[in-house]
Design a protein around this ligand. Structure first.
Ligand code: TRH
Length: 395
């Protein structure tokens, strides 16, 4: 039984990779955070370690058991291996835990079982956060845990020292120089607008590139290898763009970057003036980078992602004045609808200074609600509740 005064000592995180890097990205980040900042023995069970190997180069996609950055990384095989359930069990994004593992949890009665949900800024999230879901046949309860942007939600993943590292990087020319050198590049001059571009396929790209190519300000656009890259190459007539390639048209220079490790991606965001991000985790990292950003939300078939996008936009643009709000909404909507981003760009560029000055405050406010701390707090509360229940039964 969990002791209410104790932190969990062990944690199992289960991740079923749907596509892209978001699922494993969040799990890998959480695993490292619980290991390094809270001293938990973390096992990360993933069914696609190839995706993890892109985020952490020391991970070997072919191995069943390995240790990476202090985390025990396990291949989630079927049938599942025999494993003693951890004290804190996190099922990421409603992936289905192995039946044998669920039965072992029920038999041992020492785990707190959490379903960590996708991130959304929608209002309903607050009402569902921490809701219990009793197992239909076993003496077990699973709890929903929702990341989010308000105090009524589980908050966001944030490393303890991230802001200090970000500020050190942004105030240190030597670190920045080393960053550019690591890609074989010179440090761009001050007047160049540096933009990172991580995205899904997007028909609005050519129009946006036109706007940058035809603008007065030099633009350096850094495109990590990924789904939008073929279209970026196509714009310059290159059918097989690769990391290291560089293209120029008018004021625009595009440079293809290799997909870097997860920690390195933060530096890319910190080094740029505007960041185009996608999905879930990169969107959060862009907010921690405290720079103007443009979010391409993960598209869903039934178009519910538009509601999610608008819910976030409403919160994010609330502190902005009318011009900045309109500019942000205009570019984000154009980028997500796949048309008109080039036309929407000048208004966004014009309010960049305002967005810059709001970004620090926004990040600071969100930082007050830390997902890992909330998770551990919740674990302790459930432990206390259980202890009372057992005491009650005994007296
Ligand atoms: O890869 P994604 O599109 O993941 C998506 C979303 O999370 C979506 O919500 C989910 O439903 C879907 O997957 C299945 O975007 P995301 O979430 O930003 O994840 C990308 C990860 O890749 C993030 O952790 C940052 C990392 N990254 C690197 O480590 N190196 C890089 O060079 C780049 C560009 C990204």
């Amino acid at each position: 039984m969990t002791n209410e005064r104790e932190m969990p000592r062990s944690c199992d995180i289960f991740c079923n990779v749907i596509d892209n890097y978001g699922d494993i990205g969040v799990c890998w980040r959480l695993a490292r955070l619980l290991t390094h900042e809270h001293g938990l023995a973390v096992r990360l069970w993933g069914d696609d370690l190839g995706s993890l190997a892109r985020l952490c180069h020391e991970a070997d996609a072919a191995r069943d058991i390995q240790r990476c950055r202090g985390v025990e990384v396990r291949r989630w095989v079927k049938p599942f291996v025999e494993a003693q359930p951890a004290e804190l069990v996190i099922e990421a994004f409603a992936c289905k835990l192995p039946q044998s593992y669920i039965e072992a949890m029920a038999a041992q009665q020492r785990s707190v079982w959490i379903n960590l949900e996708y991130l959304s800024a929608e209002d309903w999230v607050a009402g569902c956060h921490k809701l219990p879901s009793p197992h239909p046949s076993l003496p077990l309860t699973k709890y929903f845990f929702f990341p989010g942007f308000t105090r009524q939600t589980g908050g966001l993943l944030l490393e303890r020292d991230l802001f200090a590292r970000r500020d050190a990087f942004q105030n240190d020319a030597a670190q920045q120089w080393a960053f550019w050198q690591s890609f074989g590049m010179e440090m761009p001059c001050a007047e160049t607008l540096k933009i990172s571009l991580f995205g899904y396929e997007n028909d609005a790209l050519a129009g946006l590139f036109d706007a940058w190519a035809n603008g007065a300000q030099p633009v350096l656009c850094l495109v990590p290898e990924g789904r939008i890259l073929p279209q970026a190459g196509q714009y310059f007539g290159d059918a097989a763009p690769r990391a290291g390639n560089s293209y120029t048209r008018g004021s625009l220079q595009v440079r293809v970057l290799p997909f870097v490790e997860q920690e390195g991606y933060d530096e890319l965001l910190w080094a740029c003036d505007v960041n185009f991000v996608r999905g879930e985790d990169s969107c959060v990292r862009a907010q921690w980078a405290a720079k103007p950003f443009v979010w391409q939300i993960y598209p869903q078939h039934d178009a519910v992602h538009w509601q999610k996008l608008q819910a976030f936009l409403n919160r994010y643009s609330a502190p902005l004045d009318a011009a900045a709000e309109q500019a942000v909404q205009g570019l984000w909507r154009a980028w997500n609808s796949g048309r008109g981003a080039g036309q929407a760009w000048p208004a966004f560029a014009a309010v960049r200074g305002k967005l810059d000055s709001c970004a620090q405050g926004w990040a600071q406010e969100l930082a007050e609600n830390n997902l890992a701390l909330n998770l551990l707090d919740f674990y302790k509360k459930i432990g206390t509740m259980r202890a009372f229940k057992i005491e009650g039964q005994q007296t």
